[in-house]
Design a protein around this ligand. Structure first.
Ligand code: 5GP
Length: 166
């Protein structure tokens, strides 16, 4: 079984998640997205919460469906924690599965920032980080709209603007 999220459902999810955060009275100074999946979530949340400050941290962990490296690793360039000093940070990611990725980023923030909270579209039961804001809980593998299809390759066709109007 898979949990399938469409782009349309994602649009609803991110607005609902933002509403929960706003209703809780949390106004982040910085949205810190975990690339790559968290970038979509961070963008949606930052607009909905009217936060203009987005940062990005690249973390690599999964190598396939359910297969991972031993530990998640932050890839260069690692953000400068000084940028977050005394800031209220909202970490945004697509899913907390084992929670190891979020824990790595949370721990990175903890000493530097005024406050850190996490928001995810999905959280699984096994997650060792319990996020403050979760849209939906599932234990299935999730198909996200941005990663469910393989990357595009050159089609051999002329660029779209040179083709007849569709
Ligand atoms: P964690 O460290 O919590 O195990 O996983 C963090 C990252 O792994 C997520 O941000 C996501 O990119 C990827 N991941 C974990 N579980 C899933 C899943 O069920 N579906 C997809 N598409 N990616 C996942």
């Amino acid at each position: 079984m898979r949990e399938n999220l469409s782009y349309e459902q994602f649009g609803v999810a991110v607005r609902e998640l933002a509403q929960t955060i706003a209703d809780d009275g949390y106004q982040p100074d910085v949205v810190l997205s975990i690339a790559r999946g968290g970038v979509f979530v961070a963008g949606g949340l930052a607009y909905a919460l009217d936060c203009k400050n987005i940062h990005l941290v690249n973390v690599e962990f999964y190598t396939g469906v359910g297969t991972t490296l031993e530990m998640p690793v932050m890839l260069a360039p690692v953000p400068n924690a000084i940028d977050f000093t005394d800031k209220k940070v909202l970490i945004a990611d697509d899913v907390a599965d084992t929670g190891k990725t979020l824990k790595l980023v949370r721990d990175f923030c903890l000493d530097a920032v005024a406050e850190v909270r996490s928001a995810v579209i999905y959280e699984k039961t096994q997650s060792l980080v319990k996020c403050e804001y979760v849209w939906k809980r599932t234990d299935e593998w999730i198909n996200f709209p941005w990663s469910v299809l393989p990357p595009v390759h050159t089609s051999g066709q002329a660029p779209r603007e040179n083709r007849e109007a569709l």
